[in-house]
Design a protein around this ligand. Sequence first.
Ligand code: C2E
Ligand code: CA
Ligand code: CA
Length: 644
Amino acid sequence: MTDQNPRVVPGGARSTDAKPRAETTTDAHSQTDKFAGIQAELLLATGLSQNLREMLQFFMQAAVKALDLQAAHVYLLESIHTEAEKTESAAGFHYLQSYPEQAEQSSPHQIHRVEDTFKNIYPCDAQGYQIVEVDEGKFSIYCIPNVGNMVLHFKHGNLQTSVADSLKPVMQRLSLACHACLKITRLHSRINLNKVLEKTYEEQANQDPLTKLPNRRAFRYNLYQEIANSQRYNHYGAILYIDLDHFKNINDSLGHSVGDMLLTKVADKFTHEARVGDDVYRIGGDEFVYILRNVGDTEDVAISTAQSVVKRIIDSMADPIEVGEYTLHITPSIGVTIFPDKNTEENDSESVLKHADTAMYRAKSEGRNTFAFYDPEMQVTASKRLIIEDYLRKAINNNELRLEYQPIVNTSGQVIAAESLLRWHNPALGNVSPDDFVGIAEESNLMLDVSDWVLNAACAFVKKVMPNIGKDSAFKYFTINISPKQFKQQNFVTKLVEVLNKYGIAHKDIRLEFTENILIDNIDETILKMEELLAADIHFILDDFGTGYSSLSYLHRLPIRTIKIDKSFVTGFKDKSYTNKAIVDAIIAMADRMDLNCVIEGVETKEDAAYFINKGVFAMQGYHYHRPLSAQGFLNLMKIDEKA
Ligand code: C2E
Ligand code: CA
Ligand code: CA
């Protein structure tokens, strides 16, 4: 059994050595050099970091090495610990850390018996050291003046008095370094606090306190930035200026608190309808503004993008809003302007906002719950889109759609297939070209209904024609154009197969035409779907080849057998620039190398036809051979008697 009571040997001024080692005169000088070396090494190890913990860690690491210690531990004075979160307390001192870090178990406060020692006999301002022995453990407890204690845990015995004394000035210096660290930390936390406060003030200055939306001040700043961006990057942005219709009535009749709650709910709706990257601001009582960033590179795309956001907003406001016990209906009047306006120098934020405001008043005067573009021409474009959408919605039920069939021929001029092409005749609008309505229908979900109609109509025709095609005929299949939205439908393949079965059509009797647009979102998913189609023996053609964004880079990844080179490269081929010719030649050569069939679209002249025949392409389509034909026209061409 070893002695459980610590034996305390006071150090400092007195030169008592707990475990004296022989200090012979022969090695006295080298010993003195060694002390000086250790002292210098430890002095250099103070203040190596501005962070208290890290700085002490560096120091203890050096001390453990130089003095061959088992470990070193630091305790801070009560008055100083605030900065360094305290862990366990040992008699008025707070344990901070040890080196090596896992040596905490061997620290004096873990060896409970030493606790009393700390409390009773170690006033920290003693400016010296104590040597304490517990069991086999030998500790030197040094005072770090006005900071706390550093406890050195020896492996064997204690330090010689001379070495022990030489550490006192080191501790003085360590104390200075500790205070420097503490000062810097306090300074940092004060700076951080200021930053937090500054940010809060800033937010408050830019935020509407009721709806928490950014306010007019933030709007002005961001609009200024966005106009500059649009000019720099050559794209368009848009402003939607929204005023709530008859909001004043609600305030007057139901009180301001109901009005406030309504505004908050409306603000939430607006935030919800914003596209990613767009912001909504509350710039006045019932006035809100959207900044739509990058709505397109061309005016047309900008108009249609802005318009589709506007329509979403108007639609979302059609649902009533519950405010407490009330169910309220509120509608918006929206003024729209596109910036930068390329026809004027007036592209400062004041003018842009004024234009949107003017447009908003026009929307009000047009009966509210609607929108108006500032630019009358844009209004015409926008209205046309609306009209087309409106009429197209009724076109299916009114029997206004039909299909035409354009033959596709081989190099001998035999009809091998036919593309079904959509036609729309509206009593008020006349014939509307698919180029003028397919895009609009695609933006709303209307195209899904239209596509269903096309698929059914095409299948009905295929069912009528195919049994009348002789076994030896060159004619093999009909093609059907598939819109990107249609293709992206989750159940596209299942639905397609269902329709084919409904009409009892062999899968090989049709081929689908896709454009590169179906690849934009998720090429892997697209490939999976294509493979699903192939597994069902449904084949397809990559349409409008060359007009997409990255034709060559993805082509080798797709399970594609046939591509159709777009007519924009082909029509008027002999007058086209050398580049166009080079592109078509390159595509044909590449298709050949990749073993793909090439269909050339838009062949209008004998010369063009001869050129492509000479190239040995797979098939051609164009006015030189056949224009799109009515159903009857196609039957006549194929010499099919309808009653047969
Ligand atoms: P597309 O798929 O590239 O169809 C070929 C277009 O080129 C057709 O125009 C056709 O009439 C036209 N064309 C054919 N040969 C010649 C020629 O020699 N010279 C010239 N200048 N043009 C020729 P269309 O019928 O106006 O269709 C335009 C686009 O509308 C189609 O382009 C296609 O993207 C889309 N579309 C047509 N029908 C449908 C459909 O049923 N569903 C879907 N999703 N889109 C369709
Ligand atoms: Ca096509
Ligand atoms: Ca095309």
